[in-house]
Structures are given as C-alpha cells and as structure tokens.
Design a protein around this ligand. Structure first.
Ligand code: SF4
Length: 499
C-alpha cells in the first residue's frame, strides 16, 4: 500500500482521475501561471505565520523535501519531546501522510498536548479547507499525537497594514476541532477509496467539466482535453448564470455542442448567443446603442486602470488583496473629434495611490462623460482612493458621478460569433475593430501580464533597460485598452469621425 499525502487525498476528493494521473503520469501536469503564483503566495503567508506564531524564534522547522521523509518523521518525533513550536511537523499513519503548518505546545504547567494550526492564503474558510483539516487531524492522531485542538488561520482582508514590517493581525483563526475530530471515519474511507484508485492499472474514466476548476484549477486539464472530442461550438459559451435545469440536462446527456442546448432552458441572452453562433450572423441593434449614448455630449473621456494586489500588503494603509491602482490611461475626445491621451504609471516601488489619484483628477477635467468598460472595477477603486485620501474625496467621488459604462450597452445590443460567449473588451475588439489587436502588442497583452510586468519592474534585480522595456509595454497596453473603448463608442454612437 502506498502512503498518500494530504494533497493526493484532496486531489482524489476533486477527481479520482486527477489522483491517478498525479501518481502514474505526473509529467502530464501543466500548472497554470495562476496556480504557480498561488503556491508562491502560500509560501509567503507561511513565512509570516512562522514569525507570528513564534516571535521569539524558538521553533523547529522540519523540511521533508530537503532532509527526506524518514528523517522528517524521526525529527518530528524527537521535537515533540520538548515544548517549542514546530513547523512542518510530519506524520505518517493509516496509509496517509500529513505535514502540518504550525504546532504549538500546551502551557508548561499542563500535560503535554499540541494545538495545530493550518495556515491558508484565502480570506475565508472554504469547504475544501474543512476536508484538509479533517485529514490533518486524522493522520496526526492516528500517528499518536496528543492533539488538543486544530484551527484554520486565513488572511483577514479587513486588516490594514500599519507598516514597519508589523503583520500582527494579518491572520484570523477559526477553531474546527469538533468538526475535524468527528470526521475520522470519513477520512478513513477516503484513504481506502483513494488507495483503490491508485492501484488501478488504467486511467479512471472521467470527462472534463466544471469540477476541473473546483476547488483548484487542475494541472491535467490540457492533457485530459487532448484525449477528448472537442466541441465545434462549445456549450460552455453560454454566458451568465445557468439555470439548475440546464446544468442537470447538460450533465445528464453529456452535451458539449451549443446546438444541443434546449431553447426552453436558456434565457434571452443565452438564446441570442446560440442563434448568432449557429447562424454566423452578428447581432447589432445600432439604433439602440446610438440612443443609449445620445445623452452624452463631447468632450468625453475614456478611462482604464491597471491594479496590483498583495496577499501580504507591502504599503502602509493598504489591506490584503486590496486592488491598488498603479497605472491609468485616459483618452479625451474633444468636440472637434481630436483625441488626446494622458497616462500615469508609477514604477518607483513606493505606494502609487496618492499620485495616481491626483494625476487622475488632472486628466479627467471638470465635466464630460467618463466612459469605462465594466464600471464596477474603476468606480470601486475610485471610492477606495476617496476613503484613503479624504482631502481628495469630493473631487474623486465627483468622477464616479460622470462614469458611463459601455459594457451593459454592448451586452444588450451587440453580439458577434467571434465573441464565444464573452463580452470582455478583448473578445469584442476583433469583431468590431479587426484592425486593432492585443496580439500585436509586444509583451503585456492582458491584465494578468500587466501585474506580472509591474512586479518584475519593481524587483531589485531588474535592470534599468528591462524596466524601460516593461514601462513601454505597460503604457502601450493600457493605451490600447482606452483606444479600443473610443472605437467601440464610435461604432455604437454611429460617429463618422476618423479616430
Ligand atoms: S482535468 Fe478534470 S477530468 Fe482531468 S484529471 Fe483534472 S479534474 Fe479530472
């Protein structure tokens, strides 16, 4: 019988095929950049947790990857004999193994027991965390640990970093002892079922579906897709929230083609996506888009932000995972049809927020509509800036009063077969303005790449030449986002100006 790690058991909980592939075909795994980034965040939060739970630095850190598992198990048992914090304590029992983030001893005047804390970089307790905790508790107790309690510590997204490397308050604990201890039989059953899957000579049958991204993005997705028949026009292009009856119908009949989606189970937008896709004829109610925009006279502004977020804040006054704007592009379209761009980008490494807010106010003038695409994002950032900088609040909040969202206009009145169920500006642009393409940009081509470029530019080892290159890429990308909006406005409003 193999010893299955906690991560293998959680992979089994997501999808038995995933477990089998992880054991027998690990080379087929191809984790996304987002998954790799989430591992890095997990390590960063783990490092902070060690400082918070062991301020005197008396603890023992076990490192099974470097010292080997047998040595790690032995050093864990030896460390349990003395009352200091233990990090990455390693246990093996009942066909499974578990590495624990934090273990704290009971007070000196009590019989020796241990309190276990699992540290997560999420901002709430998720259901799969509860499975995780149940496995940890089961394996540690089966290995003979006197476990008094087990808790999950996650990031408190309402906490504000005071600065000076002081992260007290970053983590919030939830005690899950009773629940974890009550699930021992369940965990034993998972281990037995997972062992059976691993012992199978062939890959279990399992089609890809929504479970492939829940609760984790599965690294075998490309591999699994490569072995399945792909839809010519995917039923997954149906946008928005699906009715329960649609979900059930698709699952029950194993549907992959959009043409097979029953009209009776689709809402109006989904029916439009289906009919436009099948007919190949775009839908555009130009009279309606022109009517929707007719109230807004020139001059008008077109605005877009790029943001960065840190699980562990680096700038005082900011919260974990707060979206902090570091760049904007604003295009001003004058009554004469002249287009003028203003841009802001701060790569100094200091908190860009105040300078961003001041520059934005200067770029947007006093009056005129400010067009954005998906207004919730920009208006939320402006509100947050207003909260942080009360002196600028009236002027910032006045910007939000002028914001007009192009996204709902596009969603209601325009759909092209090339959009494949998406109304993101990047999906719309090739249909509406085939002469413009994000693919022609060098380097940064989407918001995720903009974040990566920003972080690379701030890294101490990045050369001045590379920083200049990244700066140019970021400026070009954000400028295209706003220019795309101008062209969208032009098509929707029926303007004949050459822009
Ligand atoms: S991609 Fe989906 S079906 Fe394939 S192993 Fe992963 S979760 Fe299972």
């Amino acid at each position: 019988m193999r010893t299955l790690s906690k991560s293998k058991l959680l992979a089994f909980r997501q999808c038995p095929k995933r477990l089998w592939l992880e054991v027998h075909c690990p080379e087929a795994r191809d984790d996304s950049a987002a998954t790799t980034a989430s591992f890095a965040i997990g390590h960063q939060v783990g490092d902070i947790a060690r400082r918070l739970y062991d301020p005197e630095q008396r603890g023992v850190l076990i490192d099974p990857q470097h010292e080997g598992f047998d040595a790690a198990f032995a050093r864990t048992q030896a460390s349990l004999l003395s009352p200091q914090p233990i990090f990455e304590a390693s246990f093996r029992a009942a066909g499974a193994l578990a590495l624990t983030d934090v273990m704290l001893p009971s007070p000196p005047n009590e019989a020796r027991t241990w309190r276990m804390i699992e540290v997560k970089s999420s901002t709430a307790v998720k259901d799969y965390h509860r499975d995780d905790i149940a496995v940890q508790a089961f394996v540690a107790r089966a290995a003979g640990l006197a476990l008094s309690s087990i808790a999950l510590a996650h990031i408190d997204s309402s906490w504000v970093y005071p600065g000076d490397d002081n992260y007290a308050g970053l983590l919030r604990e939830h005690d899950l002892t009773a629940e974890a201890f009550a699930r021992g039989d369940e965990v034993r059953h998972w281990i037995a079922a997972a062992q059976q899957i691993v012992a199978q000579p062939c890959t279990p049958t399992q089609h890809t579906g929504q479970h492939c991204g829940q609760p984790y993005a599965c690294g075998f997705f490309k591999h699994c897709c490569s072995t399945e028949t792909q839809a010519a026009q995917s039923i997954q292009w149906l946008p928005g929230r699906w009715r329960k009856s649609l979900h059930e119908h698709v699952a029950a009949h194993d549907l992959i083609e959009l043409r097979d989606a029953p009209d009776a189970l689709l809402n109006e937008t989904q029916q439009r996506v289906k009919s436009v896709t099948l007919s190949g004829i775009p839908y555009f109610d130009q009279a309606a888009t022109a009517q929707a925009l007719s109230a807004y006279k020139l001059p008008a502004y077109f605005m877009d932000f790029e943001t960065i977020q840190f699980a562990v804040p680096i700038w005082p006054g900011t919260r974990p995972y707060q979206q902090i704007p570091f760049q904007f592009s604003v295009q001003r379209l004058a009554r004469t049809g002249t287009l003028e761009q203003r841009a802001f980008l701060d790569l100094s490494g200091d908190d860009p927020s105040f300078a961003f807010a001041e520059s934005l106010l200067a770029a947007c003038g006093q009056r005129g509509a400010i067009f954005v695409y998906n207004a919730g994002f920009e208006t939320s950032r402006i509100r947050e800036l207003a909260q942080r900088f009360p002196a600028l609040a009236p002027a910032l909040l006045a910007l939000n009063e002028r914001v007009v969202d192009l996204w709902p206009i596009a969603r209601q009145h325009y759909y092209h077969p090339r959009q494949q169920g998406s109304w993101s500006i990047k999906s719309l642009l090739p249909a509406i303005c085939p002469d413009l393409s994000y693919g022609d940009l060098s380097g940064v081509q989407d918001g995720g790449m903009a974040m990566d470029a920003f972080l690379e530019a701030l890294a101490p080892l990045t050369s001045a030449a590379r920083q200049r290159e990244l700066k140019e890429q970021l400026l070009a990308y954000c400028a295209l986002d706003t220019y795309a909006m101008v062209r969208l406005w032009q098509v929707f409003s029926g303007s004949s100006w050459r822009l």
